[in-house]
Write a protein that binds this ligand. Structure first.
Ligand SMILES: Cc1cc2nc3c(=O)[nH]c(=O)nc-3n(C[C@H](O)[C@H](O)[C@H](O)COP(=O)(O)OP(=O)(O)OC[C@H]3O[C@@H](n4cnc5c(N)ncnc54)[C@H](O)[C@@H]3O)c2cc1C
Length: 250
């Protein structure tokens, strides 16, 4: 069974109407031991109608040189239990969680010139954690970052991201795509993804966010000669390997 840990909310800062940045500190004597790109699973202790507790994953977006404190950003998803729990929790609240979890980082023996990091929607948190990590800096000389998102006000502000990119970032691109329920979203996103690849083909790619977009991106990379081991995916929602896909809440 996963080791249970606790963290206290030090600060909860609204970045826009639907986004909160949470600064958390582990309880005395605990340490996170995470690599940038990984996530925690928070137990909200809220009972769902089926009787289960609402436990949700959140990628750590702060740098992994600090293992006692960490940051997550949470977007409010309509009346979703966990995202509202975070939006309503005040500093001082204790959050039970497990982790770190996930494999969204480089094999430490990797040494490459160029990586491509592509995030959609809230998936940008995993990308941020990854590119700031010591592991990524050791393995990758430079990287390009593409963020596909429905508006500049959707989640983390662009200025917040720009501050964290570092000197190894050879280019950061934000492209606006149709929202999750728009039937043109898939085709438009794939078109933008292909354009991005034209002059920026790297040796490794990291994809995070909406599974409905990421798996067609993966197919495109495979068609262009990539193999499975060069493609890492962190699916935040619409994960085709999970039984439940995104339900429309309204
Ligand atoms: C590895 C991983 C890392 C994650 N990291 C983050 C993070 O850093 N920040 C963050 O805000 N969320 C993140 N998520 C999503 C998060 O776990 C929850 O799914 C989200 O907060 C909604 O939870 P909820 O209980 O409020 O609503 P729920 O009732 O669980 O959600 C309702 C539906 O919305 C879907 N959904 C989740 N996110 C979105 C979205 N952005 N757009 C459209 N539909 C969505 C869910 O899959 C679900 O089907 C991550 C998910 C995974 C798997």
């Amino acid at each position: 069974m996963a080791q249970q840990k606790k963290a206290i909310i030090l600060e909860s800062k609204p970045l826009n109407e639907e986004t909160k940045l949470l600064h958390l500190k582990l309880e005395e004597g605990q340490t996170l031991n995470f690599t940038g790109g990984q996530y925690v699973i928070v137990n909200t202790n809220i009972s769902l109608p089926q009787g289960k507790l609402a436990k949700r994953a959140y990628s750590i977006l702060s740098r992994d040189n600090d293992q006692d404190k960490f940051q997550i950003a949470v977007k409010k998803i309509l009346d979703g239990p966990a995202s509202n729990y975070f939006h309503d929790s005040a500093p001082g609240t204790t959050i039970p969680f497990s982790g770190p979890w996930g494999q969204f980082f480089c094999d430490p023996s990797t040494k490459i010139q160029k990586a491509m990091v592509i995030a959609t929607d809230t998936g940008i948190t995993a990308a941020l954690g990854l590119i700031q990590s010591q592991n990524f800096k050791n393995c990758v000389k430079k990287f390009y970052l593409l963020w596909l998102v429905e508006s500049l006000n959707y989640f983390l502000p662009p200025s917040f991201l720009e501050e964290k990119l570092g000197a190894d970032c050879a280019g950061f691109f934000i492209r606006i795509i149709p929202g999750v329920w728009n039937p043109e979203r898939g085709a438009r996103s794939l078109e933008l993804f292909k354009l991005f690849l034209e002059d920026r083909m790297g040796e490794l790619s990291f994809l995070s966010g909406d599974g409905n977009l990421l798996y067609p991106f993966k197919d495109e990379l495979l068609a262009q000669g990539f193999n499975d081991s060069q493609i890492k995916i962190e699916c935040f929602f619409n994960n085709p390997f999970k039984k439940i896909t995104t339900q429309r809440l309204v």
